[in-house]
Design a protein around this ligand. Structure first.
Ligand code: SAM
Length: 413
């Protein structure tokens, strides 16, 4: 059942739906099968080019998209997830037969191809799935070819589960990371983990937890968290004792902020608004702007992203980010601070945005990030902090983020 669920999810991605858009699509399956279907679909997307290389060695004619997904799923199960060949091949043949007349005609071919693929020796040496050209070009230009390959390998490895603990909280069995996050390896049902109902922690990638730390919130400070949902950074700011206003354009996504705050026993003011139109009633001490972006730093956990995007939306995002930076700066007093962050691998959304903001705002400065557990080599020439999926390879990587702490001209600070 999980396999047919995975195929349904893959067909959805080919139709332009993200895996998270399809969260309700498998409701009829038991929860464990839904979870396994999601994991299988994600692994196929992470290794599609490698699976296609294996399949290509044994097919004489290009299979239909549906049959291609059955073949890819079986190859990934056998060669990557160490599934027992006989069970995987039988299941794939049955799934092919269930695809109607064309499937029945293809089932013999599927059986023959997969029996040969089961003995394929070259899987570990196959190159990782390449990033799409619109992403690979700028990443390789900024960081070099070796880094682009290392990032691709990190995308293939997927992501562990990171938690941000409330001050003083711990989670049994989780590895503490140098930056203060906790890391769990292997699949886990989040709501069944110790401390979930008590709200001792929330799910947040280790790199995603850095922008709020960079802002260095103090108890009692009034801080606006712009573009706040689902609220990982709002929770960090509130847990540090700040008076937080969380602004997001999406009321539905803000509801998730509310749920997370309630579970963790924290509070913040929630405002559903376009951040570009929002102004605070009372003076602010600081702003955190986690701007909407290409999300290309999160491909480890969202392997569907390269299949759904073609890069055409990026110029509009870059324009929006620049306008949000200018507006955020208008919200803080002279001498006030803001952190700009994006979960993007693209310099145009990170390093270049900050360089452009410095040029637009005379007197604006970037403060060198000093964050426990981060490496000085992550600091960029603009004075921001760049994280990449290939960092911490032995620990399981981290999301790609760019962040910078900006100090507005004037004031005493
Ligand atoms: C990268 S996510 C934010 C993640 C969040 N800061 C966290 O840590 O959980 C970007 C968010 O920006 C919101 N957004 C996009 N455009 C916006 C705008 N013009 N004003 C306010 N929020 C916006 C989206 O609804 C989305 O929730």
């Amino acid at each position: 059942m999980a396999r047919s669920g995975a195929l349904r999810l893959l067909a959805g991605v080919r139709d332009g739906l993200s895996l998270s858009d399809q969260a309700g699509a498998l409701k009829a399956l038991p929860p464990a099968d839904q979870a396994r279907a999601g994991r299988l679909a994600a692994e196929v997307l992470r290794h599609q080019s490698r699976a296609d290389a294996v399949i290509g060695a044994y097919v004489s004619r290009k299979p239909t998209p549906q049959v291609a997904d059955v073949l890819r799923l079986a190859v990934v199960e056998m060669l990557h997830l160490n599934g027992a060949a006989h069970g995987v091949v039988d299941a794939a043949v049955n799934l092919t037969r269930s695809l109607g007349k064309k499937g029945q005609a293809a089932s013999g071919m599927v059986n023959a191809v997969l029996r040969k693929a089961a003995g394929h020796q070259g899987w570990p040496g196959l190159p990782p799935q390449p990033m799409p050209d619109w992403l690979r070009g700028p990443v390789a230009a900024a960081h070099g070819e070796a880094a682009a390959q290392a990032i691709e390998a990190a995308h293939g490895a997927g992501a562990p589960l990171d938690l941000t603990p409330k001050p003083g909280a711990s989670v049994e069995g989780a590895d503490p990371l140098p930056t203060g996050s906790l890391r769990l390896h292997g699949p886990a049902q989040v709501s069944a983990l110790p401390g979930y109902t008590d709200g001792d922690w929330w799910v947040q990638d280790a790199a995603a937890a850095l922008p709020a730390r960079l802002l260095d919130p103090r108890p009692g400070e009034r801080i606006a968290d712009l573009c706040a949902a689902p609220g990982g950074k709002t929770l960090q700011l509130a847990a540090a004792g700040a008076q937080v206003t969380a602004v997001d354009i999406s009321p539905a996504r803000l509801r998730r902020v509310a749920e997370n705050l309630t579970r963790c026993g924290l509070s913040a003011e929630l405002v559903a608004a376009d951040a570009l139109d929002w102004r605070s009633d009372a003076p602010l001490d600081a702003v955190l702007l986690d701007a909407p972006c290409s999300a290309t730093g999160t491909i480890r956990r969202h392997p569907d992203l390269p299949f759904l995007r073609d890069g055409s939306g990026i110029p509009a995002l870059i324009d929006l980010q620049a306008r949000l930076i200018d507006h955020a700066l208008s919200l803080i007093p002279p001498g006030g601070r803001m952190v700009y962050a994006v979960c993007s691998l693209l310099p145009d959304e990170g390093e270049t945005q900050v360089a452009a903001a410095l040029a637009r705002h005379p007197g604006l400065t970037v403060e060198t990030p000093v964050l426990p557990g981060t490496d000085p080599s992550w600091i960029t020439p603009e004075g921001g902090l760049r994280t990449r999926p290939d960092y911490w390879p032995d620990r399981g990587g981290m999301d790609g983020f760019f962040m910078a702490r900006l100090r507005k001209a004037g004031g005493g600070g």
